[in-house]
Design a protein around this ligand. Structure first.
Ligand code: UTP
Length: 294
């Protein structure tokens, strides 16, 4: 039986919701305090047992490749300045996993980005983590929750989180039938439906385990919403030839691809860190007084 060893992280999108910052900086490199968003995602994958990370990148994303590479000049300067503790910290980042980079030459959508990984994945099942969706769970990473379901059924698994009906138009939505506690057999998937047409409020949360058969489905899928090749549309086809399961993920989710989700992530994660919690608490108190917030 196949183990899930490889993860695809698509990071080739333009990040238009975060302009002008994303004009020259990948949104995945924006920091949550002092750690880039993408490092949280890579750590989630590694802590779930992933050994190889395949980044789907684009021309404007070179900073990500540099971030996971060695930086001998910086290490030399830090050593000379007696800052050994930083040397270790930045080395660890490059040693987290094996990193592979595939260029998506045209930004034709998430489905197209996944298709770019076909030759690196071969016929193994693989994980997908979106590069701008943070899911924090210190006890059991979100991806590990999916891998546990995959290990039971050896079929694709989609991570979901429940959203308000008025927000379904922002997400891929999944409808299914419960077959075990917190495991549904998927019956229907639709990308960004209106609140009236949404079959449920289970939103795809940017985490998937997929079988290699998805590549054939992606090749057959025409461009969908927004003129993009939609992964959700290909999964609807995959569901017709083999079972797909979904499971509701436990954890705190932040959509860091928009400014509100990003701000929320910084504040809450800083509140959970020993070195910043007290500072943020005092800051919130001060702001509340200054702006008369009750
Ligand atoms: P998003 O739609 O959230 O990202 O795609 P975006 O296109 O960068 O953002 P906006 O809407 O313009 O602000 C979800 C994920 O898929 C990747 C993105 O990088 C993001 O991680 N993606 C999207 C690709 O890799 N290639 C694409 O062609 C589109």
């Amino acid at each position: 039986m196949f183990k899930v060893r490889k993860a695809v992280i698509p990071v080739a999108g333009f990040g238009t919701r975060f302009l002008p910052a994303t004009k020259s900086t990948p949104k995945e490199m924006l920091p949550i305090v002092d750690k880039p968003i993408i490092q949280f995602i890579v750590e989630e994958a590694v802590n779930s047992g992933i050994e190889t990370i395949i980044f789907i990148t684009g021309r404007h994303k070179r900073a990500i490749e540099d971030y996971f590479d060695y930086t001998p000049e910086l290490e030399f300067t830090l050593k000379k300045g007696g800052k050994e503790e930083y040397v270790e910290k930045i080395r660890e980042i490059s040693n987290l996993a094996d990193f592979v980079y595939v260029r998506q030459k045209e930004q034709l959508g998430l489905g197209h980005a996944i298709l770019c990984a076909e030759s690196v994945i071969g016929n193994e099942p693989f994980a997908v983590l979106l590069g701008d969706e943070l899911i924090i769970n210190d006890e059991k990473p979100a991806l590990k929750q999916l891998i546990d379901v995959f290990d039971k059924f050896s079929k694709s698994v989609i991570g979901t989180m429940s959203v308000d009906r008025e927000d379904v138009y922002k997400y891929g939505i999944v409808d299914g039938m419960e077959v075990e506690e917190n495991i549904k057999l998927v019956k229907y998937l639709v990308e960004k439906p209106s609140p009236q047409e949404a079959p449920s409020t289970d939103a795809i949360a940017g985490r998937y385990i997929l079988t290699h058969k998805v590549f054939d489905m992606l090749k057959k899928t025409p461009l969908g919403k927004g003129g993009e090749l939609q992964l959700t549309d290909a999964l609807q086809r995959l569901r017709e030839i083999e079972a797909i399961y979904s499971t509701e993920l436990e954890g705190k989710r932040y959509d860091t691809g928009n400014k509100y989700g990003y701000l929320e992530a910084i504040l809450e994660i800083a509140m959970d860190r020993e070195d910043t919690a007290e500072f943020v608490k005092n800051l919130i108190k001060k702001i509340s007084t200054e702006y008369s917030i009750k």
